[in-house]
Design a protein around this ligand. Structure first.
Ligand code: SAH
Ligand code: SF4
Ligand code: F3S
Length: 444
């Protein structure tokens, strides 16, 4: 077998959700233990990885247009290897290799711990496809490097996969069944992150509040229990978790928002539609009423809590009446932040076979919904003006002496400071809001 150029430099481009962002960071981090460092431009690398998302049609199309760009780079640097990983890789597997001859590897999201071996293989000229769902924990097998001075905030995956099978969604097929990582491993990793400078953790999972795992002692632990355990870490100042499913918002978890000071008053709780008839067609497993009750309980315990959501408009069978119920729901909840999408039919999902609404109808509804969401989002931001917020400073701003951090409610806050305040939680008086970002001055 012929030996190719040794892979020493890697470039990773990431699409999709925070799960993919976490996976990419972890891949870069752990490969550094094998002497492979990350570079900022694809043409400087020996291996380009494209971490892909399959959630909507447009997201998946990007892979092939991106591969077209990499083809040019490869023409000038023929030694560069190219890998497609993530959810499109899982969904399309071998087909990607057939469609694009420049691809050397296709890996699904559950086999990243095999990367060091696979890199050896592609270095030797093999083309590798691996879309298995092995039972082992990929991150336990893929060591985390001992970085000092990590950023002040970090993700930590605690759960992956989904068993909910919403009728529009590819995630149960691309990420596999719900699995939860062991609490001992999670707490150890959380402690290591905090020791290396992290002050805020966001626990990640496709269905993070479906977290359920056994301790070594055999005792079962849910997300509420896991959060309590992680919050004991003294130098950890803030905790968040994302994404939650309304069906799995247990009372124990809701109660934590009233008593656990480190748990930030922000919750991303997608509902998708404000109509029960659409929710049923979507197979969401909850009603508008049960969703509102959950929010009311949360607001009773934590009146200032910021609620964020996801919406799909133009789902097959959605009438004008259904859509207006979604608008009504938004007026009722007043989301601090929300993502909204036109329904995108995905092959292999139950809704794929149903009649798709005309594009024009979807576009009109999306515009209307987004206008409403924007009003509430701006209002939420405006209400913070003149208040004092504790802001965790994450990075430098555009100008010298400028820093950017986040409020407890996730709003970006810009502030000036003569000294480096990254990693610190600073009291800031909010002076203005430009709709997306807040500006303020340090006090005390
Ligand atoms: N696990 C999360 C969401 C994962 S996908 C949850 O259940 O809430 C992120 C968002 O993408 C979804 O909340 C949904 O709003 C959107 N989405 C998923 N499939 C979609 C599709 N086929 N068309 C349009 N939007 C979709
Ligand atoms: Fe997709 Fe539904 Fe699972 Fe969320 S809960 S990942 S929308 S199937
Ligand atoms: Fe996309 Fe996969 Fe996340 S399909 S949204 S990258 S789980």
């Amino acid at each position: 077998m012929k030996m190719g150029k040794k892979i020493e430099k890697i470039f990773v481009k990431t699409y999709g959700c925070q799960m993919n962002v976490f996976d990419s960071e972890r891949i870069e981090d752990s490969l550094s233990n094998f002497g492979i460092r990350k570079v900022k431009e694809p043409q400087w690398s020996d291996l380009i990885l494209l971490n892909t998302c399959h959630i909507r049609e447009k997201a998946a199309e990007k892979v092939y247009s991106e591969l077209g760009r990499f083809k040019k780079i490869k023409r000038e640097n023929p030694g560069i290897k190219i890998g497609v990983i993530g959810c499109v890789a899982q969904a399309e597997g071998q087909e990607i290799m057939q469609r694009s001859k420049i691809v050397d590897m296709v890996l699904g999201p559950q086999v990243y711990h095999r990367l060091p071996d696979i890199i050896q293989k592609i270095q030797n000229g093999e083309r590798v496809v691996d879309t298995e769902f092995p039972l082992e924990d990929k991150f336990e097998k893929l060591p985390q490097s001992k970085q000092v001075n990590r950023p002040s905030t970090s993700f930590l995956t605690v759960q992956e996969g989904c068993d909910k099978f919403c009728s529009f969604c590819v995630v149960p097929y691309t990420r596999g069944a719900e699995t939860s990582r062991s609490p001992e491993v999670i707490v150890r990793e959380a402690m290591e992150l905090v020791e290396s400078g992290v002050r805020e953790l966001t626990l990640l999972g496709q269905n993070v509040n479906a977290y359920q795992a056994q301790r070594k002692s055999g005792e079962l632990l849910d997300l509420a229990g896991l959060i309590e355990e992680i919050c004991v870490i003294e130098d950890l100042k803030r905790l968040r978790f994302v994404t939650s499913h309304p069906k799995d918002m247990t009372d124990d978890l809701i109660l934590l928002f009233g008593k656990e000071k480190k748990l930030m008053p922000y919750l991303h709780l997608p509902i998708q539609s404000g109509s029960d008839s659409v929710l049923k067609k979507m197979n969401r497993g909850h009603t508008v009423k049960s969703y509102i009750e959950t929010i009311e309980k949360l607001r009773y315990l934590r009146p200032d809590i910021a609620i964020s959501g996801d919406f799909i408009v133009g789902f097959p069978g959605e009438t004008e009446e259904d859509f207006s119920l979604t608008l009504d729901l938004c007026d009722r909840i007043k989301y601090a932040q929300a993502y909204s999408f036109k329904y995108s039919p995905r092959a292999g999902t139950p809704a794929y076979e149903r009649d798709d609404l005309p594009e024009g109808v979807k576009t009109k509804r999306l515009t209307k919904l987004q206008e409403k969401l924007k009003i509430h989002q701006k209002e939420f931001q405006r209400n913070l003006v003149e208040t004092v917020q504790e802001v965790l400073i994450e990075k430098c701003g555009k100008f010298s002496d400028q820093y950017i951090g986040r409020s407890p409610y996730m709003n970006p806050v810009v502030v000036a400071s003569p000294r480096n305040i990254i990693g610190k939680i600073i009291k800031i008086k909010i002076l203005s809001s430009n709709g997306l970002t807040l500006s303020g001055e340090t006090i005390g």
